[in-house]
Design a protein around this ligand. Structure first.
Ligand code: PRP
Length: 178
């Protein structure tokens, strides 16, 4: 194991690769002929985003956004600030926001409400992971890789205190380690 705080592998490299290929195939089909722009929500989504876009077989633009939620410790406060906005005008474009995880839903609810005011042709969300049991606001992803139970997960872009993002699989962290 990588270190003593890693409890178990929840989703293997092979499972991630297979599911990412399926999502990319769906997106390639659904957005054929559209002006597609994919937005990576940094930092957590960067690994998934890089793998996903390379499997999409239609033209697309990429952009990035950084959102920080304010709150104490490991819970979100419900208040989200955009610390780096996207670079491009999305009006008339088909937008897919790409995330690593939908947890309380507060981040994506805020981002989609904000981006919807800029007149995109459409606005959808693709997330590798979804923890529906943690939802605090009403929010559903359009393309979801895996629904997972309420366990603290790291790896494949997800961190604990900025560590573990480089793990190639999604793992659970031993609660005693955190
Ligand atoms: C994580 C994750 C999502 C958000 C999901 O980001 O990447 O953006 O939390 O949580 P929510 O559904 O409860 O809003 P985090 O703020 O940890 O930053 P990071 O992407 O830099 O890891």
């Amino acid at each position: 194991m990588y270190d003593k705080n890693i409890e178990k592998v929840l989703i293997t490299k092979e499972e991630i690769e297979k599911r990412t290929s399926e999502l990319a195939a769906e997106i390639s089909r659904d957005y054929k002929g559209k002006k597609l722009i994919m937005i990576c929500v940094l930092t957590g989504a960067m690994v998934f985003f890089a793998d996903l876009i390379r499997k999409i077989e239609i033209p697309l633009e990429v952009d990035t956004i950084v959102a920080s939620s304010y709150g104490a410790g490991m819970t979100t406060s419900g208040s989200v600030r955009i610390s780096k906005d996207i670079k491009y005008d999305i009006s008339g474009k088909s937008v897919i926001l790409v995330e690593d995880i939908i947890d309380t839903g507060v981040t994506l609810k805020t981002l989609t409400q904000m981006l919807a005011t800029r007149a995109p042709e459409s606005l959808k969300v693709c997330s590798l992971l979804d923890k529906p049991s943690r939802r605090r606001v009403d929010f559903e992803g359009d393309y979801v890789g895996f629904k997972i139970p309420d366990e603290f997960v790291v790896g494949y872009g997800l961190d604990y205190a900025e560590q573990y993002r480089n793990l190639p699989e999604v793992c659970t962290l031993n609660p005693e380690g955190i």
